[in-house]
Structures are given as structure tokens and as C-alpha cells.
Ligand binder design. Structure first.
Ligand SMILES: [Zn+2]
Ligand SMILES: [Zn+2]
Ligand SMILES: [Zn+2]
Ligand SMILES: [Zn+2]
Length: 309
């Protein structure tokens, strides 16, 4: 029993997975992440064994992720990351003594001297980073996985582009088209109902890359509108090498848009809210639809994707 302390009421074993969403998710994420493979791979092939041992010291015994300052310790020296410290009710998960508020400055200093590979190494990133620069890099690493571009429902799937293309086709039943030009007809009954939802997603295979054409209905301020825009399945610097055009019309009128596809790193919502696409007022869309039947909307959208330069 510690001099100042006594045992805590709550007993938490190390290595537990909390029912808590965040902890559970980050735990899962880490287990399935390439990170461990990366570190052990390094120690095997490049003789970084001692680095690896230090790396283990820096792993929080509760959530198994790397600890960043402030790193805490109990009076007996068991270490703990700051987010776990906030969750264990001041009780050391290893020995159950009262934690108090002791920083582990020595370990924080050791961390500073470490160089570690990016956690996305097996996805192609070969950079090595000082311990404290690693997290910052990983947030923007070009090799980090992409989130699922499907916008109709919350989807937490992420991965590289070939994986996401398969996922869109198999799990979201998204239409896939080959070719850089298209001519689509969108038909919608009850166009007076504007729901804030995705209406349509189509994926185009073109130039060996994939593009998502979003088409949807929403309320822009007071005005019900339809909007079509293209997102590129890849990073922004590559997205900028392409252009696209969209045309919608009928009744002898035509509306045209030329733009640059946005990377799917930009969320569907962000692109929509920035109005970076073809926007058609509902009244105009109904006029394009022709006929006197305002119960059904039929829009012909033609488009083309090309590579600049
Ligand atoms: Zn932790
Ligand atoms: Zn302890
Ligand atoms: Zn990286
Ligand atoms: Zn998805």
C-alpha cells in the first residue's frame, strides 16, 4: 500500500478494452494498423532491436498506443498515457495504487531521441520521423488511407483506392462506368420533396483512375436545388491535373459547368457546401424536364473528364 494512498476502489486490469467507444475504436484501429508490423519488421531487418524495446516502453499498457507528453506514472513507476489517466479515476491500472499527478519526464526525454517510421509504411511511406513529428506527419501522410466517399449514409470504412472501389461496388452497389464521357438521365418522382440526402453516386473509370459523380437534391438557403459535382479518388495534387464539364438542359436551354474534380480527402459535405459544382434551381430543372408533369423530374446530364496539359 502506498504511503499516501491506499487501494483504489475500482480495479482495472492492464490491457483491458474499455466499453467506451473511443478507446475501443482506437484499440481496434491500432491492432489492425500496420504499425506493429512496421516496427518489428524494422528490428528484424535493420537491427533496431534496442529502438524497438524503447518503443515498447512507450506503449501505454492500457490502450496500447504510443504515449505522448504528458506521460504519467504512479508512485511505483508504472506509466500511463494522459487520455487513459483521465479514464482510470486516479487509480494505477497496473498496481491499483492512487496515481496522483506524477509526470515521467525521463521517458518523455527518451522519446525525443527516437526516430520511428511512419505508421503507413506498409502502404508505401518510407519516411522516418522524430518521435514528436510522427503524429503530425501521419495526419497528412500521402499514404494514409482514404475514407469511403459514399455519402448516403455514415460509413466508417477506409482504405486505399482499389479497396474502396471494390467496397463501393460490392457494399454500396454503386454504378461503375468505363470511359471519360457520359450521358445520364436522372429520373425522380415527387421532385417537390427536397430531402437533404444523396440521390446518386456513379463511379467513372477513366485514365486508369476513378472519379465519383455525385448528384443530389438539397435546400440551398431557401431555394431547393439539385447539384452535380465530381470528386477524384486520390490526392488533391493529382485531382488538379484533371478537368471536367457537365451539361444539363432541355426545352432548347442549356446550363454548363466546367470545374476541377475535388479530392475525396475533401468530404462530400465540404464540397457540396462550397458549391463547387453544377447547381440547378429546382424550377429550372423542372423546366428542363419538359412537359407539364411536375410530378416527375427527368434530367439529362452529359459530362466529360479530361486531363490537362
Ligand atoms: Zn493509454
Ligand atoms: Zn502502479
Ligand atoms: Zn507517412
Ligand atoms: Zn462505404
Amino acid at each position: 500500500m502506498s504511503p499516501g494512498g491506499g487501494f483504489c476502489k475500482e480495479m482495472i486490469e492492464p490491457h483491458v478494452t474499455y466499453g467506451d467507444c473511443d478507446a475501443a475504436t482506437s484499440n481496434m484501429e491500432l491492432r489492425s494498423s500496420p504499425f506493429k508490423a512496421v516496427v518489428s519488421g524494422l528490428s528484424e531487418h535493420h537491427g533496431f532491436a534496442s529502438n524497438n524495446d524503447v518503443h515498447e516502453l512507450l506503449e501505454c499498457p492500457v490502450c496500447m498506443t504510443l504515449m505522448y507528453p504528458p506521460i504519467h506514472q504512479c508512485p511505483s513507476g508504472h506509466t500511463l498515457c494522459s487520455s487513459c489517466k483521465a479514464r482510470v479515476h486516479n487509480c494505477c491500472p497496473t498496481c491499483r495504487q492512487e496515481l496522483g499527478n506524477i509526470r515521467c519526464l525521463a521517458l518523455e526525454k527518451v522519446a525525443e531521441s527516437l526516430d520511428l517510421p511512419c505508421r503507413y509504411q506498409i502502404l508505401g511511406c518510407n519516411d522516418i520521423f522524430p518521435y514528436y513529428g510522427k503524429l503530425k506527419h501521419e495526419k497528412n501522410c500521402k499514404h494514409r488511407p482514404f475514407s469511403c466517399p459514399y455519402a448516403g449514409a455514415e460509413c466508417s470504412i477506409s482504405g486505399d483506392i482499389p479497396f474502396l472501389v471494390m467496397h463501393l461496388r460490392d457494399d454500396h452497389k454503386v454504378d461503375m462506368h468505363d470511359g471519360c464521357t457520359f450521358n445520364h438521365r436522372y429520373v425522380k418522382s415527387n421532385p417537390q420533396e427536397i430531402e437533404n440526402a444523396t440521390w446518386m453516386l456513379t463511379v467513372f473509370n477513366c485514365f486508369g483512375r476513378q472519379f465519383c459523380l455525385h448528384f443530389e437534391a438539397f435546400q440551398l438557403g431557401m431555394a431547393p436545388v439539385y447539384m452535380a459535382f465530381l470528386r477524384f479518388m486520390g490526392d488533391d495534387d493529382e485531382a488538379k491535373q484533371f478537368s471536367y464539364s457537365l451539361e444539363v438542359g432541355g426545352n432548347g436551354r442549356k446550363l454548363m459547368w466546367q470545374g476541377v474534380p475535388r479530392s475525396i480527402r475533401d468530404s462530400h459535405r465540404k464540397v457540396r457546401d462550397s458549391q463547387d459544382g453544377l447547381i440547378i434551381q429546382r424550377n429550372l430543372a423542372l423546366f428542363f424536364s419538359g412537359g407539364s408533369n411536375r410530378q416527375e423530374l427527368k434530367l439529362k446530364v452529359a459530362g466529360r473528364i479530361w486531363k490537362e496539359n
